[in-house]
Ligand binder design. Sequence first.
Ligand code: C5P
Length: 396
Amino acid sequence: MTMILNNKRILLGVSGSIACYKALDLTSKLVQNGAIVDVIMTEAACKFITPLSFQSISRRPVFTNLWDSGHGDIGHIEMGNSTDLAIIAPATANMIAKLAHGLADDLLTTTILATKAKVIVAPAMDGNMYYHPLVQENINKLVKMGIIIVGPNEGRLASGLISKGRLSEPYEILGHIRAILGKGGDLKGKKIVVTAGGTQEPIDPVRIISNHSSGKMGYALAEIARDRGAEVILVTAATALPIPVSVEIVPVKTAADMHIAVEKSLENADALIMAAAVADFRPTILSNQKLKSDKQNLNLSLTKNPDILGTVKGNFIKVGFAAETQSLETNARKKLLEKDLDFIVANNIIEIGSGFGSDTNRVVILDKKGSINALPTLSKQEIAEQILDKIVEIIQ
Ligand code: C5P
């Protein structure tokens, strides 16, 4: 659950494309995060899926008709006024053309004209249609009007054609919604560098030394800092997580790569949050051929990696993580002092509901003034909010 969507009024317009089914998933994700979703479907959209499908997920009436009884003829004005953000997903070529020319011949187009809220349009159509000069011209018109266009993505289309025209994935659209809603947040104007994932130290062209870090904590931090208005650079080692939108991504492999990327990203930064699990050692020699497996023993010589957090210096808030299996507070305080941190987030990774890969964590936050804050088991998103609250507090 992310705070930014809680109690926000989202108007979701659905026009007639086979990609309608993805709008159901988007509705579900919005509702799960606390948003109040008003769905308006065009007549063509109702040929693909029924209003009941949306209604079952949004648990609110779904509107399809400008003249719906009970809704009144000022319904579109009221909906337009009360919404925090409007999104049309999927938006067909016809819908885009109507928006570009200010037509208002159905409930959705009328409501979009009546809203002052930000509007996102996520096109979906066949590739040849998408590249048609008229469609491109209409999309450019929408961009000039300040409408945000998300996608479409490249890939296999319903016609079998491999081209641009696929509706963006619901998590991508959700990322854009969160980023737009968060623009004026309490981290507005601040630059935050976050690291995530476990670095990979190559032994030979096939093998690596790595760790169990999933990257979930770092990605949650990057996304929530973005939701709160920050400019975010995410320096990320390999993870299996979807790439966050509206965040600058710097992919790295090794600790040495991460060190260079972090140093570079820190220019004018207000905070560095090192959530990455940096390998402490790397193989001294990188074999350029695959090591043979016909031996009974193999001795690897390892060399210490640079301590990124302990080395970087500057006028920014330094936050570290300490993954421990024993003497949590003592070890974390030692790291806090050694690495000269503003605060450290310590967790015992062998506790249930804590540590690598888990969606939750139980952490203790220790700061340089000596305060200790032991939090209950929380989702990684909730922990990210607490960490960012502390950063806001220090900045102020
Ligand atoms: O590995 P250790 O427990 O010392 O990590 C504590 C903190 O230091 C973490 O925030 C980690 O990202 C960071 N670290 C680092 N460079 C290393 C090792 C750890 O920046 N070589």
